[in-house]
Design a protein around this ligand. Structure first.
Ligand code: SAH
Length: 659
């Protein structure tokens, strides 16, 4: 784990400067102030994340970028006198104190002002004065101020604050109802007039006071019991109750999506049995009844390729059994094994062209991809294999830790292996006609591996530019792989995709897309196929889940906490219907869609689950009806039945591998 200083530098570079904040005063001050000292102890590890965090008194510390944006807009100068309304954690005031001569700050919560005061004292920031009270009245005794910064959103600009602004002074304040706030800057031109600039949409906690909102409930987005109760009723009215997963009619609801080219099936964790079994049942129905012949999953291509050979009764090629890398339980589980067994039986009765293939969309198993390309070329073109071997040798030193390649490339400022992997890909495609003539499926496999290697080379470099860049490369790789599969199987080919909700639910309707600039597979499929791509999300209230506490750690069976009040999950739980499907397609149930378009928390559990910081590790804001075309609910769920990753010598591997 990088040190605090490195993480602070990275925060300023990637979250702030990369988004266009240029003011050197702001950038330098943010490089200096230890943000982890301004959040509650258990959240210190998240202090440099690109997100707001909860602090004492039910308030929040603003996202680093928002602090930077406000401070830059305020054009703080070294000689300025500054007033902050809503000191909260004290972080923004601390940053301003590194730039300006004197900072005055107010918060309505005494608990917060006491904490902020002691933090300033500990850090030796002695030019900050803090008091508690209603900041909408300003601080007349110390006026005028060159800068007034308001860190909470009011219905309008409080009159006293206008009055306490010096000539030429800047007042930065979010204005508007919860969810609809705009960040405004007022610059005082003379006694009477102000220039107003609209700096864009933002979300802040409410400004509560004489010139703000009258009480916190007025603008609280979720506490309004009666509105939630109405939403629960609308959901219950349209929920299509589902029989048990093993019932022959369980997946019948999916018939309405039979005309789609791509049906994407999500999951709210990587370790829940019901999500796997439901996807298997739905996929069976799409394959048997509606002509889907591609099953593409969020797994590494070479590992899935071994399964593909198995389900089609072809001899194995991979030297290693598939899915040996962390997190093994994501694929090595009884639920997936049962589905693979079914697919093999299904294919056994069919001609190769009518068979359904099993493919991986992900790009993490670089070593196996390299081996696969080389062994393919060894068979079809030994001379080309020699050249490829030399090119891929460039990546060999980083095989077990490809992230170290990215680190090296960044520190050298030079993508050492980029040209080699791209040349190799070009050569392979240059010979496509000759190669594919001998065995189309084998060529497709090798070409995908070569493309994966080229994308992975870029992916591991992008990891060091920031989370959004590498995430976007990965999801674009997935979308590209899916398009190539569809193209390879012809005009009428149809695909079922299994991936996490975070890849499938349209990113434009979540914090991912709106705040972090991330796109995803579901969004890309919608953009390319419109209504012919159907996105189905999954959710649960409580139960158990298979997950690790840290990346690379051992699998544990964890209790899933009951869903949070105010979350989408809690609404669905409150319907008291155990299993159901919601049709969210446009025009089907307009009242349901509009009830589920508000931004609420939605839970995302991946291969890691941390219940102690659950709200911050696993919930994000999303507008569910915009994310998905359908939603499947299991109120209570259980962990997947994991199979051993390594079978003892001589013991039969319980997971199908074609070995
Ligand atoms: N700059 C802070 C943001 C805190 S959130 C940080 O980065 O930590 C906004 C704060 O505004 C809350 O702490 C809330 O208590 C405070 N607040 C809301 N209305 C207020 C008012 N009328 N006067 C003073 N503080 C107020």
């Amino acid at each position: 784990m990088a040190g605090k200083k490195d993480r602070r530098e990275a925060m300023v570079d990637y979250q702030v400067a990369a988004r266009g904040v240029r003011d050197p005063h702001v950038l330098n001050a943010m490089r200096e102030v230890p943000r982890e000292r301004f959040v509650p102890e258990p959240l210190a590890e998240f202090a440099y994340e690109d997100t707001p965090l909860p602090i004492e008194a039910g308030q929040t510390i603003s996202q680093p970028y928002i602090v930077a944006l406000m401070l830059e807009a305020a054009e703080i100068q070294p000689e300025d006198r500054v007033l902050e309304i809503g000191v909260g954690s004290g972080y923004a005031a601390a940053v301003m104190s590194r730039i300006a001569r004197r900072v005055h700050a107010i918060d309505r919560h005494e608990e917060l002002t006491n904490l902020a005061r002691s933090r300033m004292a500990d850090l030796g920031y002695d030019n900050v004065v803090i008091r508690s009270g209603d900041g909408t009245q300003g601080w007349p005794e110390n006026a005028p101020f060159d800068v007034i910064l308001v860190a909470a959103g009011g219905p309008a600009v409080p009159e006293p604050l206008r009055e306490q602004l010096a000539l030429g002074g800047r007042l930065v304040i979010p204005v508007g109802d919860a969810g609809e706030q705009r960040l405004m800057r007022l610059t005082r031109i003379d006694e009477e007039s102000f220039v107003e600039d609209d700096l864009g949409a933002v979300r802040f906690v409410p400004l509560v006071g004489a010139h703000g909102w009258t009480n916190a409930g007025r603008t609280a987005t979720h506490g309004g019991g009666s509105e939630d109760e109405r939403t629960v009723k609308v959901v219950a009215a349209h929920a299509e109750a589902l029989p048990g997963i093993d019932h022959p009619d369980f997946a019948k609801f999916v018939d309405r999506f039979a005309g789609a080219r791509i049906v994407l099936l999500g999951e709210a964790s990587h370790g829940t049995s019901e999500f796997y079994r439901a996807r298997a049942a739905i996929t069976r129905r799409l394959v048997e009844g509606h002509g889907f012949t591609i099953v593409a999953v969020e797994a590494d291509w070479p590992d899935a390729a071994a399964i593909d050979r198995h389900v089609r009764g072809r001899p194995t090629r991979a030297p290693e059994p598939p899915f040996q890398r962390f997190p093994t339980w994501m694929w090595r589980n009884e639920e997936v094994a049962a589905f693979i067994g079914w697919l093999r039986d299904h294919n056994a009765k069919r001609e190769p062209v009518a068979q359904t293939g099993f493919y991986g969309l992900d790009l993490y198993n670089l070593t196996a991809s390299i081996e696969a390309v080389l062994s393919y070329l060894d068979r079809v073109d030994p001379e080309a294999a020699g050249i490829a071997r030399e090119r891929y040798a460039c990546l060999a030193p980083y095989g077990s830790d490809p992230a170290s390649y990215g680190r090296m490339a960044i520190s050298e400022g030079y993508a050492r292996c980029e040209a080699a992997v791209i040349d190799q890909l070009r050569d392979l495609f240059g010979n496509a006609r000759d190669y594919a003539a001998s065995d189309g499926d084998d060529f497709l496999d090798a070409a995908q591996n070569a493309r994966l290697i080229a994308n992975a080379e870029a992916y591991y470099r992008a990891m060091f530019y920031g989370a959004a860049e590498s995430w976007n490369l990965r999801d674009k790789h997935m979308a590209e792989t899916l398009e190539l599969l569809l193209a390879a199987k012809g005009e009428s080919a149809k695909a079922v995709v299994w991936a996490h909700n975070s890849h499938i639910g349209d990113a434009r309707a979540t914090d991912m897309g709106r705040i972090r600039g991330e796109l995803n597979l579901g969004q890309l499929c919608r953009e390319a196929h419109g209504d012919r791509a159907r996105l189905i999300g999954f959710g649960t209230h409580d139960g158990t889940v298979a997950a690790a506490t840290d990346w690379g750690g051992a699998m544990e069976i964890n209790q899933v906490k009951p869903s949070l009040p105010g979350s989408y999950e809690r609404l669905f739980h409150d319907t008291e219907i155990e299993r159901f499907f919601l049709d969210l397609r446009e025009g089907v149930h307009p009242d349901l869609r509009s009830a589920l378009r508000a931004e609420r928390l939605e839970r995302f559990i991946g291969v890691i689950y941390r219940s102690d910081t659950e709200r911050w590790s696993h919930y994000a804001n999303a507008a569910l009806a915009k994310q998905y075309d359908g939603w499947i609910w299991f109120d209570h769920t259980e962990a997947v039945q994991a199979l051993p990753a390594h079978s003892a010598q001589g013991e039969k591997d319980l997971f199908p591998s074609g070995q």
